[in-house]
Design a protein around this ligand. Structure first.
Ligand code: NAD
Length: 264
């Protein structure tokens, strides 16, 4: 079955707790038969991630802070040692100083711009490059983006710029690694109530605007995103790479609010 993940092994990066998008994806992948390894950023999150991994039958849980290349290299050494090869990676990592996720984009500091780009964008390239060495039978890489990359969303600011660069990275990486049978795609998710999401000012108002105006009249669940991730990580999407796939209840297709909202 093309949609089965039986016999496939992959790494999930970005679980912080059971509200994380990466957790929704991990649950769906495990249900489809995948064997999973997880990373965590710092010991405090490790205490949350280890029991979650155990729920899905995994004891392969490795620390990794993508700002620290030593820990990135150690992660791939651990994968090589235990598994030898891998089939997929989920990169669900993003960070920016919350003091700059409000107000004017123009007030972004040089320091936070660089840090946001390294963690939220360039880490995908550094991870994919290392993962490709272990994807000896081809593979699939998936990252998470947001519609603030192509259109202005209040307060999303430098994260929108980083997501635009992340989406461009997906296309370049897809071309770099396509000849080796490695696919690289992104899911552009609608707003989800997570730790990262809560860092953006007025997140509640944006969330409810999406619920009122998306064609499906709701925001996606982490299970919705998991279903699309299964498609992009399994054989169901063997002909797809370099794609930004929206899982946002259709919000990206609208140009004006619904008539109900317009008329008040
Ligand atoms: P989350 O807070 O649950 O996950 C973010 C993860 O990024 C955490 O696990 C955190 O540990 C990790 N991270 C941050 N800095 C890191 C670093 N230096 N090294 C390693 N890991 C680091 O939030 P989430 O909403 O599930 O975010 C996952 C991805 O989804 C992010 O890329 C986010 O931008 C994207 N996304 C979120 C939404 C939303 O509304 N929540 C919408 C679209 C896209």
């Amino acid at each position: 079955m093309l949609g089965s993940m039986q016999g496939k092994r992959g790494l999930i990066m970005g679980v912080a707790n059971n509200h994380s998008i990466a957790w929704g994806i991990a649950q769906v992948l495990a249900e489809a038969g995948a064997e999973l390894a997880f990373t965590y950023q710092g010991e405090a999150l490790g205490k949350r991630v280890k029991p979650l991994a155990a729920e899905l039958g995994s004891d392969f849980v490795i620390p990794c802070d993508v700002e620290d290349l030593v820990s990135v290299d150690a992660l791939f050494d651990a994968l090589r040692e235990r598994w030898g090869k891998i089939d997929f990676i989920v990169h669900a990592i993003g960070f920016s100083d919350k003091n700059e996720l409000k107000g004017l984009y123009a007030d972004t500091s040089r320091e936070n711009f660089s840090r946001t780009m390294v963690i939220s964008c360039f880490s995908l390239t550094e991870i994919t490059k290392r993962a490709a060495e272990l994807m000896t039978d081809g593979g699939s890489v998936l990252t998470l983006t947001y519609g603030g990359s192509t259109r202005v969303i209040p307060n999303y600011n430098v994260m929108g710029v980083a997501k635009a660069a992340l989406e461009a990275s997906v296309r370049y990486l897809a071309c770099d690694y396509g000849p080796r049978g490695i696919r690289v795609n992104a899911i552009s998710a609608g707003p989800v109530r997570t730790l990262a999401g809560a860092g953006i000012s007025d997140a509640r108002a944006i969330f409810s605007w999406n619920q009122k105006n998306a064609p499906l009249r709701r925001t996606p669940t982490i299970e919705d995103i998991g279903g699309s991730a299964l498609y992009l990580l399994s054989g169901l999407s063997n002909g797809v790479t370099g794609e930004i796939h929206y899982v946002d209840g259709g919000f990206n297709v609208i140009s004006v609010p619904t008539l109900d909202v317009l008329r008040g």
